[in-house]
Design a protein around this ligand. Sequence first.
Ligand code: NAG
Ligand code: NAG
Length: 399
Amino acid sequence: MGTKTVLLLLVGVLGAYYVYTPIPDSFEEPWRFMWMATQIKTVTNLAVFAEQLGISHFMDIGMLYMSSQEVPPTSDENVTVMETTFNNVLVRVYIPNRKSEALRRGLFYIHGGGWCLGSAAWFNTDILSRRTANRLDAVVISTNYRLAPKYHFPIQFEDVYNSLKWFLRQDILEKYGVDPKRIGISGDSAGGNLAAAVSQQVINDPDVKIKLKTQSLIYPALQTLDMNLPSFQENSHFPTLPKSLMVRFWSEYFTTDRTLEEAMFFNQHVPEKSSHLFQFVNWSSLLPENFKKGHFYNSPTHGSSELANKYPGFIDVRAAPLLSDDSKLHGLPLTYVITCQYDVLRDDGIMYVSRLQNAGVRVTHNHIEDGFHGALSYYGFKIAYRIEDQYLSWLSKNL
Ligand SMILES: *[C@@H]1O[C@H](CO)[C@@H](O)[C@H](O)[C@H]1NC(C)=O
Ligand SMILES: *[C@@H]1O[C@H](CO)[C@@H](O)[C@H](O)[C@H]1NC(C)=O
């Protein structure tokens, strides 16, 4: 064999090794999934590389990749799309074109991206918003919020809350022809986290007279205490959201100081004095049997109180809605939770379902057996259409 052939073979083998991702048998489009996983892996590797060389922050590469996929606010035959600000926060508004005598339903949507990435302009968020407006004949508000690492908690939470409060004003709802009794909130991933957090806040806010009818949480992140839940252990290397990336997102939400990231990764970040909070994320009591099997519950470990003193955000209920006590959960609206089997965040969602049910909240739980984190956002994938259809059918009946 000549040198060229050997080199070609070597490149081929390395390439195949790089692209190859072990995939569950139940996945309906394995090659398509592998191709997407390779893109994610490549962007992540580039980001790590650029950061190690000191060229850019880890999130900059992801930001560049995401912003290349943004689309302008363009109306189509069914939906008029425009941009405006709600309380100084940039939002996209989607209004169906068809004539309506009655007031419409309203849906407030919060995009995902680990509090660091994404926007209402990201084409997947934009497509979902226009399809939602069209199918439900609803006014959809898709909000932006300032992102980490430039801005940290509670900026993201506050931007979303300010924008939501603006929308829930009587005069604003009148302007958009929205029925104040039929307003829902939805979000995916970090957007699901923000949706859950502002929903808790709004029920006890005396300034807000108009309340939400539904909350839909699509594979949400809901807790910061335990990065070793069964779902974290089972999916720690799953390509769409490995544990390392999720912990990075969480820690960047609070600070760019990487000592928090390291402590979180090893579950050594919660101080002794916050031990009582572990009851709210106790998977041994909050997960159904089938999700616990093969796992043993260990008592939680603790870290120094220094980190929690410096970055108290990570034990703040506005960042980790699972840390709310039952009395605060009690008044929450009708809830829809999507969880995916192949997702480190799976158990966050499942534990929230248990907690809400224990607090007397009506919940529909849709667990996607062949689902993975972000599945709804992968347009063109069969699974994205399936999840979208289930989610919009639920909203159609319940909002
Ligand atoms: C407009 O709505 C119709 C009916 O729901 C749909 O078939 C069509 O694809 C929509 N057009 C666009 C541009 O989305
Ligand atoms: C978690 O739940 C298990 C079983 O219900 C219980 O034995 C354990 O003490 C709990 N731990 C914490 C920290 O709440």
